[in-house]
Design a protein around this ligand. Structure first.
Ligand SMILES: Cc1cc2nc3c(=O)[nH]c(=O)nc-3n(C[C@H](O)[C@H](O)[C@H](O)COP(=O)(O)OP(=O)(O)OC[C@H]3O[C@@H](n4cnc5c(N)ncnc54)[C@H](O)[C@@H]3O)c2cc1C
Length: 398
């Protein structure tokens, strides 16, 4: 009998697994179903550009219909509500469907971590999906229009980014590219606009070399960003953010990029987890569940120093490929997963706006235009890998 394979999530991890299975397996070898809450895949690594308004959301969405062959994979557009891995081995969807499986791949990504900060969820924006970044873009435009047409309140043009990690820094790079455009459009003096970054730890970009962090911070300061480090946010209100020292920074636009946790679906599964993420075994399976892979941001993988690797698209894609290979080998040869997963760090590049970036490939540091070019190459390579030339030409940056 054909094994039933269910893949939850069509992000970097889930889509990679799906596309390899689609290419390699014949339709009589497995019954494959992919579930995703949207009918499109989105380029998460470009969300910050759409949030700032430097790239339209159409450029970061790829219709799953262009990638998935219905003769090989059944696609269900629905939201996963519950995963019962202990009693019935079933997945519950918001459309009422219940799916059973022989092999399950869970790749539902992450959500924002609020660290219990009061009012954060209610009063801040987050960079999590096409819809949330569309909202940010429209809100920023509206703030400029409101400042000009209604009342010139400084809080309308005070933009606060909470967190100076990878996403926060990339967002600041784009925001500071867009603001001059908006100032021109609305005929507003650029000096009226403030962009503030608030970070609880001593430095921006943990994990990056000091020289690269200095490069990024100096460049962003030149573009107008004010960095406030060593300062946790205590509370977020509709008027702005209250810092640990009690100071209120008035702002109508606070964008939180300070941390992520795994998808809350984890809480329906009745297994041990750490902030909705699971330390998977060496074969990327949930411990004690031989037929369930957990990949991408929901999984925790340790490096050789016993520290968890940061959740990245690079990690999710490599896990997606590994999982597909293991499933194919299992179906074809009955081979149980014998080769453990190993992560190959190919380097990391962060963009700092148009033509600017920082990165490290192996031991080599790159900055400026070279880093920005490298980032485009990485992104284009991913687009080509999922959709070939048609997707590269439609969505890539040339
Ligand atoms: C602004 C930004 C920039 C980034 N830049 C980089 C970078 O340069 N390099 C890098 O390596 N990483 C980067 N990352 C991190 C990277 O995007 C993530 O690590 C990666 O997307 C994780 O892949 P995933 O498959 O686990 O989840 P995702 O890619 O987030 O996919 C999860 C999928 O599950 C779907 N889903 C979620 N919940 C449900 C549900 N209940 N039911 C059905 N479907 C659901 C979602 O719609 C989505 O399609 C960046 C992240 C952000 C936000």
């Amino acid at each position: 009998m054909k094994p039933k394979i269910i893949i939850l999530g069509a992000g970097y991890g889930g889509l990679t697994t799906s596309l390899i299975l689609q290419k390699e397996l014949h339709s009589d070898e497995a019954d494959i179903t992919l579930v995703n809450k949207h009918s499109y895949h989105y380029i998460t690594t470009h969300l910050h550009q759409s949030a700032a308004g430097t790239k339209s959301t159409d450029r970061i969405k790829i219709d799953l219909g262009e990638l998935i062959n219905p003769k090989k994979i059944s696609f269900i557009k629905a939201e996963v509500k519950k995963v019962d891995i202990k009693t019935n081995q079933e997945v519950y969807l918001n459309n009422g469907q219940i799916l059973d499986y022989d092999l399950l791949i869970i790749a539902l990504g992450s959500e924002i971590e609020t660290y219990g900060i009061e009012g954060l969820k209610e009063n801040t924006f987050s960079i999590r999906s096409v819809n949330t970044v569309q909202l940010i873009k429209e809100h920023i435009d509206y703030m400029f229009a409101k400042y000009k047409a209604k009342e010139a309140k400084p809080e309308y043009l005070t933009f606060v980014v909470g967190g100076a990690g990878f996403t926060g820094i990339e967002l600041l790079g784009e925001l500071t590219d867009r603001i001059p455009v908006l100032c021109k459009k609305f005929n507003i003096n650029p000096k009226s606009v403030r962009v503030i970054n608030i970070e609880a730890s001593a430095n921006a970009l943990p994990g990056f070399d000091t020289q690269l962090v200095d490069y990024a911070v100096k460049l962003l300061e030149k573009k107008g960003v004010v960095f406030i480090n060593n300062t946790p946010i205590k509370e977020c209100t509709e008027n702005g953010v209250v810092l640990a020292n009690g100071e209120l920074i008035k702002s109508k636009t606070v964008i939180w990029t300070g941390g992520i946790r795994g998808n809350k679906i984890m809480e329906t599964m009745g297994i041990d987890h750490h902030c909705s993420r699971v330390k998977v075994d060496e074969f990327l399976r949930i411990p004690s569940f031989e037929n369930i892979f957990m990949i991408g941001d929901m999984s925790i993988i340790m490096n050789k120093n016993g520290q968890p690797y940061p959740p990245t698209a690079q990690m999710a894609v490599q896990q997606g490929k590994y999982t597909a290979d293991k499933i194919i080998s299992y179906i074809r040869n009955g081979e149980r997963y014998q080769t453990p997963f190993t992560f190959l760090n190919k380097g990391v590049v962060a963009s700092l706006g148009k033509g600017e970036g920082i990165g490290k490939i192996g031991h080599k540091q790159v900055t400026g235009y070279r880093a920005s070019f490298l980032k485009q190459l990485i992104d284009n390579h991913y687009l080509y890998s999922i959709g070939g030339l048609p997707v590269l030409f439609k969505k890539g940056s040339m």
